[in-house]
Design a protein around this ligand. Structure first.
Ligand SMILES: [Zn+2]
Length: 480
């Protein structure tokens, strides 16, 4: 039997998070608005109106193009893409075609296997969104609120080789969009939409076979499931002597299946021509430079740097670059701590991330600052407080906003690490529990943990665990 590999390209539509729409002053985000309440003559396509380009959309589009390593053209054009659909009031969409804002580009995608897959970008342009159509009770309802919302359409080459790679690409793209602040990247809300082109070929071959296009995949999980289903279908078809046809398929997430929508249109059907109501989009070198200075260190670059500079395992580096606030938080803490970065990583991955999760906020909204965290870690390092107290202290700082040292002082949380004080507590525990002491001495050494618990309770959790263990063992053996 032939071994097959999949050849996948992704077409994404990214909603830019500008305040207003791309060619009019209507609010761009209509998520909470009732249908058809956020429209004007321009975006509703009434006759006699003229589009005015939103500079913020161009800025965000350029920033994204730069982050994708694309060339940004100083002169590009808007074109009309003509098609007829009820949710497109003008009968055309203003888009970019042959001379678009972005040219080329790629994303170097780290794969879980450790390889890096270069995913090329073959198309990156600005366009306006169309409206939304909803079928209900056999009727068609149309909401024009989304008309004119700024989008970047970005298409990859046929560079992905499995459903997992496609999912990875979307995960990294979403991370990048949020990182550079151009889109919320929320797939459920349609900020990031994806169609997948899928074909198969004999493993190792370089030919490109007929592909199908999967539409309406609204989550990373749906992308993974739909592509896997389609690869499976094509293999069965080809194995049984059939031919893959260039269908457009619709993913039905509820039933986890693909339905044939139509045989695919070709580009010629859109009768593109230059948009006569808009001037060419001309950028000055200075303006472009001012945009590029806004481009921060990107997540994958920072991930690699964290592994090199701080010697973090890949797993840690991945989590600590999950979003920009947590990444900045980690780095500020490491710089202030001046000790082993892995220690900071452990505190953040275990304690801070849990706290953020519980509070439902990003790291830049924490009251517990990197400086606070450093003070807590140092007190634990120095033995002023034990580890458990340190962890509990984080929540207290977050709640009160007081410096950690002040809370330790006020609440008397300093670790009991004085031999005499701890010895007295241990003596008390042993005297109160003669039966357990005999059991231990008869060989039930597993009771040590139970004795540790008693001592911790007596000291309200403040005993130095190492010293307690040592003193307890001595006392139980009758050496105390
Ligand atoms: Zn409008």
């Amino acid at each position: 039997m032939t071994d097959y590999e999949a050849v996948i390209g992704l077409e994404t539509h990214i909603q830019l998070n500008t305040t207003t729409k791309i060619f009019c002053g209507c609010k761009a985000d209509s998520w909470e608005e009732p249908p058809n309440t956020n429209i004007c003559p321009v975006c509703a396509g009434l006759p006699g109106v003229l589009p005015v380009l939103n500079k913020a959309a161009v800025r965000k589009g350029a920033l994204l193009a730069a982050a994708m390593n694309a060339e940004i053209r100083l002169k590009s054009f808007f074109d009309r893409k003509n098609y007829f659909y009820p949710d497109l009031p003008k009968g055309y969409q203003i888009s970019q075609y042959d001379v678009a804002l972005g040219n080329g580009g790629y994303l170097n995608l780290p794969m879980p296997s450790g390889e890096v897959r270069q995913v090329n970008i073959v198309k990156l342009h600005l366009e306006e969104d169309a409206g939304k159509t909803k079928m209900e009770h056999g009727r068609r309802y149309i909401d024009f609120n989304r008309c004119g919302v700024p989008l970047v359409e970005m298409v990859t080459g046929p560079d992905l080789r499995s459903a997992d790679e496609a999912a990875q690409y979307l995960i990294r793209l979403r991370q990048l969009l949020r990182w550079i602040g151009v889109s919320e990247g929320n797939m459920e809300k349609g900020h990031l939409r994806c169609d997948a082109n899928v074909s198969i070929r004999a493993a190792g071959s370089t030919e490109l076979n007929t592909k199908t296009e999967i539409k309406n995949v609204n989550s990373i999980e749906a992308v993974r499931a739909a592509i896997n289903k389609e690869i499976e279908r094509q293999i069965v078809l080809v194995e049984s002597g059939g031919r893959v046809e260039a269908w457009t398929l619709d993913w039905d997430d509820t039933h986890q299946r693909l339905n044939k929508m139509r045989s695919k249109e070709t580009e010629a059907d859109y009768r593109y021509f230059r948009e006569p109501d808009l001037l060419p989009l001309e950028l000055t070198e200075e303006w472009l430079q001012s945009v590029l200075t806004e481009l921060p260190e990107l997540p994958l670059e920072r991930r690699a740097r964290f592994m090199n500079e701080y010697d973090l395992p890949e797993y840690d580096a991945d989590i600590l670059t999950g979003d920009r606030p947590i990444s900045d938080y980690f780095e500020s803490t490491v710089k202030a701590y001046q000790g082993d970065p892995k220690v900071v990583s452990n505190w953040i991955m275990n304690e801070i991330l849990r706290m953020l999760n519980e509070l439902g906020i990003d790291a830049d909204k924490l009251i517990l600052s990197p400086e606070h965290l450093v003070q807590v870690i140092k007190m634990v390092d120095e033995g002023t407080i034990n580890n458990a107290t340190g962890k509990a202290l984080l929540a207290k700082v977050q709640e009160s906003g007081k410096p950690p040292a002040a809370i330790v002082e006020q609440e008397g949380l300093a670790q009991v690490s004085d031999d005499l004080a701890l010895g007295a507590v241990i003596d008390k525990v042993l005297v109160e529990h003669p039966d357990e002491v005999s059991s231990y001495r008869e060989g039930k050494e597993g009771l040590l943990g139970w004795f540790m618990g008693q001592v911790m309770r007596e000291t309200r959790g403040k005993a130095d665990p190492g010293l307690t263990r040592e003193l307890l063992q001595r006392a139980l053996k009758g050496e105390g």
